[in-house]
Design a protein around this ligand. Structure first.
Ligand SMILES: [Fe+2]
Length: 515
């Protein structure tokens, strides 16, 4: 437990109150002038410098931006300190087991309950489960990155839903969104009742101003924003792009380690929560309102506030946002033979009611050494009962070409339940004859959202020009190597390798293996 006493960025009333044209009732805040955009970028970069964080996933953190703002010894005193209002934010049912329970206490200038009526607003390119727009399709799919959007597109307006599964109202399943933005959210605050947001920047940095304080997320890092937490996304670069997993299910948590032991994979201390920082921003009659946009059961609703809801002066609890640097992932792998199942790369998991069966796993393919002997080292061919959406943050993935038209940074692939996939032909040919010296794989950072149900693409995802045609071709022309009479004891495979591997040799009189 730790106590931060400083605001993580001075956020006070002198807000950017008089910008640009109207955006009431739409998603698009309108383009800023180049000068104003540059000034805003500069302010965000200054605010994002040397942020202070609290360390540790799932900790009972606490923080106060003003000394004495946090009550001591109770959560809800008759009068909270400094004239603040006390409010609990519950991310799990009150009654869930202590180990799973998520809640935080917020001490704020105005209670969240003091807000005007929400009215429906346009969903833009956001879609929500259940996904019923398209026919479930067994084909493997792959997309190019989103292009730069129209000027004035902020993070929320730039969200574009690729697909998902489950049912948001039932709190099951997930959605895959992409985002591309070139404007900060101005006088707009977003909150998602449908799920938590795992934001995976691919290009350009983000500054997240949340109720709990400020987080910075650059490419290679991920931000986790719990269900219901309000945030405003500002930009640290003129153009940003990335991925979002909206997890409708149980909150992401760290996977159990079992025989791995007490350490490894994503270490809890590397998850960083913000320190308290608040905006004291009241808007008078005739001044611009602050739009609070709530996503609720699949639709966006907007209320026009006369104050910033990012007005939490102190807080404590474990329902808090985090940032995590994927390069800190402790990669565990084989030091003898075979490629372990990619579950060994799980960063976060959203459990289901069935032990070991995740609603969604977040998996990273981080730099690592490959040393397996007599092993096909890239990811193997397989068919999986789980469904896999993969994205690429930078570089190349070791089973696919990253040439244009291939699996490129910012793009993504979808291998749904039982669809056959694996290394492309060139990768197979190379890796099946490569000399097996220790090899560092460090030229890329890929990730996967792996989920228990098929990911049903949206109509826009299937109709987009981004959808690559001919993805199947990466496996076309896989050469036939089988020869029933090709027993060759000199190929070095040895008798062990024919055991139960499904190799050609296992169907013959023994020992025969050919590639
Ligand atoms: Fe796979």
């Amino acid at each position: 437990m730790s106590l931060g006493t400083q605001g993580g960025g001075t956020q006070h009333s002198a807000q950017h109150g008089t910008q640009h044209g109207t955006h009431r009732g739409t998603h698009h805040p309108g383009a800023m002038t180049a000068d104003r955009a540059a000034a805003h970028l500069q302010r965000a970069r200054e605010a994002a410098q040397s942020l202070e964080y609290l360390s540790g996933f799932g900790n009972e953190h606490s923080s106060e931006a003003v000394p004495g703002a946090l009550p001591v010894g109770r959560n809800s005193p008759q009068r909270a300190p400094l004239g603040l209002y006390a409010e609990q934010l519950s991310g799990t049912a009150f009654t869930e087991p202590r180990a799973n329970n998520r809640r935080s206490w917020l001490y704020r200038i105005r209670p969240s309950a003091a807000h005007p009526r929400f009215v429906r607003s346009d969903n833009g390119a956001l879609r929500t489960a259940p996904f019923t727009e398209t026919l479930p399709d067994p084909n493997r799919l792959r997309w190019d990155p989103l292009p730069e959007p129209a000027p004035g597109t902020d993070f929320l307006a730039g969200l574009w839903t690729l697909g998902g599964n489950g049912d948001a109202a039932q709190r099951t399943g997930m959605a895959v969104h992409l985002y591309a933005a070139n404007s900060p959210m101005l006088d707009r605050v977003f909150t998602d009742a449908d799920g938590e947001l795992l934001i995976v920047p691919q290009q350009g940095g983000l500054l997240l101003r949340t109720e709990f304080g400020l987080l910075r997320a650059d490419p290679g890092q991920v931000a986790l924003v719990p269900r219901g937490v309000r945030l405003r996304v500002e930009l640290l670069d003129p153009f940003v792009r990335g991925y979002v997993c909206e997890n409708y299910g149980r909150p992401f948590t760290l996977p159990d380690l079992g025989p791995i032991g007490a350490n490894g994979l994503a270490n809890p201390r590397d998850f960083q929560a913000p320190v308290a920082a608040y905006e004291d921003d009241e808007r008078g009659p005739g001044e611009r309102h602050i739009e609070v946009i709530a996503k609720f059961c699949g639709n966006l609703w907007t209320a026009r506030y006369a104050h910033s809801p990012l007005d939490v002066v102190a807080w404590h609890g474990n329902h808090v946002p985090y940032v995590y640097d994927l390069r800190r992932f402790n990669v565990i792998g084989s030091i003898s033979y075979d490629h372990p199942d990619p579950s060994i790369f799980t960063v976060l998991t959203s459990p289901s009611d069935t032990p070991g069966l995740a609603g969604t796993d977040f998996v990273v393919f981080a730099p690592r050494w490959l040393v397996g002997e007599d092993t096909f080292r890239p990811p193997y061919f397989h068919r999986n009962v789980m469904s896999e959406y993969m994205g690429l943050i930078e570089g190349a993935y070791d089973a696919k070409s990253a040439e244009p038209g291939g699996f490129v940074p910012g793009g993504g692939s979808l291998h749904n339940m039982m669809s056959a996939h694996g290394p492309d032909r060139a990768t197979y040919e190379r890796a099946s004859s490569a000399e097996l010296r220790p090899q560092k794989v460090d030229d890329g950072l890929a990730f996967m959202f792996e989920t228990r149900w098929p990911v049903l693409p949206t109509a826009q995802a299937l109709g987009a020009e981004l959808l690559q045609q001919g993805y199947d071709d990466v496996w076309r022309g896989m050469e036939r190597h089988f020869r029933a009479d090709a027993s060759d004891p000199s190929d070095g495979s040895g008798s062990d390798a024919s055991d139960g591997t499904g190799s050609a040799g296992s169907a013959t009189e023994g020992g025969a293996e050919s590639r």
